[in-house]
Design a protein around this ligand. Sequence first.
Ligand SMILES: [Cu+2]
Length: 483
Amino acid sequence: MTIDRRTLLKAAGAAAFLGAMPRGVWAAGQAAAEKADYTLRIATGLVELAPEHIVSTTLYNGQFPGPLLRFKEGQRTVIDIYNNTDTPELLHPHGLIIPIDADGAAEEGSPSIPGRGMRRISFVPQPSGLRFYHTHVVAGGDLNRGAYTGQAGPIYIEPKANPGAYDREVFLVLKEFEPTFSQGGDMAMDVLAGEPLKGLQDIGKKKEEEFTGPKGYEVGYELFSINGKMLGHGEPIRVRQGERVLFHIVNASAGEIRSLALPGHRFKIVALDGNPVPTQAEAPLLWLGTAERISALVEMNHPGVWVMGDLADDDRKRGMGIVVEYAGATGEPQWVKPEPYLWDYTIFGEPGARPAEPDETLDFLIVKENGAIHGFNRWTLNGEAFSMETMQPTHTIQKGRRYRLKFRNASDDIHPLHLHRNTFELVSVHGKPTAGVLKDVVMLGGYQEVEFQFVADSPGLSLFHCHQQLHMDFGFMALFNCV
Ligand SMILES: [Cu+2]
């Protein structure tokens, strides 16, 4: 039996009848009548990054970034997702502890949103803090699919208790557009603290001798933006002297590591990936791996008109920045190149603390096979590239047990490692121990090591992958089955 709105209204009018209604029918009617908290529509649209740079891509609700979704921690929420494209889509609420049905990962068995169809998802938002949502489809060699499109938007889950030591919040979503393939190899960047390990370099070198063809494809971008506007376009962030601004920053790139500096100001990092840090350390600039989030307080105490932008001159000049303008200040926005600063997650840890001992440790060796799949690099974990054909779980883990994962990177790339449906605690980064830093993405530097751990308490399948679209699409995944 189907219940349309008319039938429901009639039923609602007949109060006496309601009590007599079979329970199941009433429950079904209630669900159909429930209004969604948010409606998202996936469709092709235009983004005006600048008057002379209007790009056509797939968007949420015809805008970039997609609308800010504000949830309340622990309060069930309903989202209707309409797919107005011809191809199936997946929407992944990133960084949430969420049922598989709503997680939007095909490898876990989440249903797709069919082309020209819709899906309703509902879940209890947790944990609190800055999260985001994005498409989770495989792009492979198609730069019009997956994270190369404009399908990303911020999520903020209001904590039950919010100390609110700030005057206002500003959300910034960093994103590149107009991707193209190149075979030149990536530019090396000084991003992370720690030295490359000789043993891992040797493994990488040996692999290079096996795969001697041209360098595998990399993706570069023509246009760069913050909140869908190239630097100099769109509204500046208008501030007053003495104001304390809490920036919520999302790196919604398909694969780039981003930096952000505001000349004359320092960032006080209060949360990483939305999770409050044990030590609110200050930094002169921020580094964010793909899909990482940072919440940072800035005290506005250096009047002027400033460029808040990426350290990479080319990327900033092609749009990766936003103007910060003090009340009463005039003139051209100023950029001052900051001193080099290497990112070190351990400064946010709890001093002197050590994480609990794990029940089990799993080791992963990451290796690149240069150009091995039709010119694309193949990525292997312990010698195996994840199969998108079979999508078989790679690890069985026991509910309630604590698992420590140790990653050794035998490639020169930085990998933003991401685990779905769980929050993990950093144990050591480039050999430096830490505790209390909770994340869902962590950058692993070239020829470096990282360890993190989590208690297996999300039953069923949880996907692990590098958040670089090009890496995850070509093997860099694992699938945990929590039983
Ligand atoms: Cu990667």
